[in-house]
Write a new protein. Structure first.
Length: 155
């Protein structure tokens, strides 16, 4: 009977042994390696997605501005800005023609970096108006991710 108890105790001690420090370090090293691979591959895609979203937003706002022009017979002024797409400007000449509910649900969106889109009429880049984001840095000009993204960019 004592032999069975001794075997049972040894089996129980083996089962309760747990993991060693070396095993824990190996698992942590594997997790760190996987995390590094994911970060290297995902972050550039996230940056490009933000640029793509800004271009899509600009296209949507341009369409709303064109619809506004069709109804109101002109684009909003720079002073009226993009808020004219959400509610009729007080100084609008053809306010009775303003579309009920506005031209953009929820108003003009923010760019992917949390800044307002910029609107200027007349356009300085060859179009009737300029509609743009200052990019990731929120400042005019820049290169790469910080470059301005506007209705004049072709990419």
């Amino acid at each position: 009977m004592q032999r069975n108890n001794a075997r049972w105790r040894k089996a129980r001690q083996r089962a309760q042994r747990g993991i060693t420090l070396v095993e824990l370090l190996v698992v942590l090293a594997i997790l760190a390696l996987i995390s590094a691979i994911v970060v290297i591959n995902v972050l550039p895609a996230r940056d490009q997605a933000a640029v793509d979203k800004a271009r899509i937003d600009i296209g949507v706002i341009e369409t709303a501005l064109d619809q506004y022009r069709l109804d109101m017979l002109n684009y909003p002024t720079t002073e009226q800005g993009l808020s004219a797409l959400q509610s009729a400007p007080a100084d609008a000449r053809n306010v009775t023609r303003y579309r009920p509910g506005g031209y953009l649900r929820g108003g003009a969106p923010l760019d992917p970096w949390g800044n307002s889109y910029q609107y200027r009429i007349p356009g300085e880049r060859g179009g009737a108006f300029d509609l743009f984001s200052y990019g990731a840095d929120g400042e005019p000009g820049g290169e790469g991710l910080n470059a301005d993204i506007g209705n004049w960019t072709q990419e």
